[in-house]
Each structure stands twice: as C-alpha cells, then as structure tokens.
Design a protein around this ligand. Structure first.
Ligand code: ZN
Length: 71
C-alpha cells in the first residue's frame, strides 16, 4: 500500500483482488487495464459522429436566411 500525494493510502476502497495499484493487468496487446473503481476517470468516453441530420446552428441559420433573401 503506497501513499498518494496527499499521504493517504492509494488503494483505499477497492475490493477487487486483481487490482494492483489501480490496474487489473494487461490486455492481449499489452495495454494496462485500469481498475475503474480506483480510476473512474479512465472509463472509455469516446463519442462517434453518426452523421445524422441536425438543426443548423443559430449562426448557420442566419447565413442561410441571408442567402435566401438575396436571391
Ligand atoms: Zn482498484
């Protein structure tokens, strides 16, 4: 049990027996697997663009309206 930068034990609160200092070992490609109980900020948070139709932004809508008024 090593202290974190505040002097508290770094692995407090985690009951995962595989957890070693916040990581659960490595995946098949050698990347460390984070323990999300210890490191919730490492949860995967990717957003994919689905290219769906969206409302134009207010600025884009103004430009559209101006171009239509000029015709
Ligand atoms: Zn953990």
């Amino acid at each position: 049990m090593s202290p974190d930068r505040y002097g508290e034990p770094a692995d407090r609160g985690c009951r995962d027996p595989r957890c070693r200092r916040g990581f659960l070992g490595e995946d098949t490609e050698g990347r460390p697997i984070p323990c999300l109980a210890c490191k919730p900020h490492l949860a995967v948070t990717t957003t994919a663009n689905d290219y769906a139709e969206r409302e134009p932004s207010a600025r884009a809508q103004r430009a559209i309206n101006e171009s239509e008024n000029q015709q």
